[in-house]
Design a binder for this molecule. Sequence first.
Ligand code: AVJ
Length: 314
Amino acid sequence: MKDTFKNDINIGLSANEKSLPSKYFYDKIGDALFVKIMNLPEYYLTKAEFDIFKNQTQDIIDTLKIAPDTYFELIELGAGDGTKTKELLKVLSHKNYAFEYLPIDISLNALEQLETRLSKELPKVKVTKKQGDYFEVLEGLKNSHHPKIVLFLGSNIGNLGDAEAKTFISNLSDALNKNDKVLLGIDLIKPEHIVLPAYNDKAGVTKAFNFNLLHRINSELEADFNLQQFSHTPEYSENTGIAKSFIVSDKNQNVTIGALNKTFQFKAGEKIHTETSRKYNDDVLGSILKNSDLSIVTKLLDSNKYFADYILEK
Ligand code: AVJ
């Protein structure tokens, strides 16, 4: 684990255009900062998707065409704290649908917390937690021939570049049978004055979230990043629909990473790309799904039309 981190940091900072993988945001401190982000006034994504799950629950069930008497598996990739999913589970449970909920996450800790909460709040729901890599777990679920519904919420797919997203979709599709469904939550392309503040909040939480990467490198890889000498600068283009976050070096400076025995040079104004947060529309999603076995059935929008939950079918 530590070696992959070390190697990935080395590769990212040795490149001509420096970058750091956003997946390393999520240690204990990063997880807590992300919870704070979801509650920020500027971060509209979570509230928008919650609005869909809370106010269009029956539409979700109807468009998924779940038969009341057929046992199905509701699988969630990266379940987090389950706030949105709970709205769906509540209705499914009250209406006595026959199903099992299988949250998949890399973090066993997150899964255990979710399981404990659900057992108190929705004791009737059968929860089977699955710790591990999404596709390894999905592969293991292939033997079951129950209909599957896979939830992938929160615009998590937005962290992937378009080529990676295509690979992701094709792997996901391979793990499903004909007629299985995917509920894909994605942030929609919208004007810069709405998107940018979501990644540059007034309270500085998103900055701290990005800088946590430098913290981690300092403490886990014996490095000497001086956090006072870097800035957080997100960018967004409504034309491409792609938001990118950067950490920028405020001056010419050297940083030594002890664990790598290596010194890195940063020029004044030089950028480190830390995260991609892609926004979608029907055309962008259409091009990602092209040549895959998944197609769009319909989409549900929040009241501001900021966010969409697309229903895909194999
Ligand atoms: C969890 C990947 C959807 O890109 O909006 C929030 C992560 N980064 N603020 C996003 C994030 C900065 C988030 N996703």
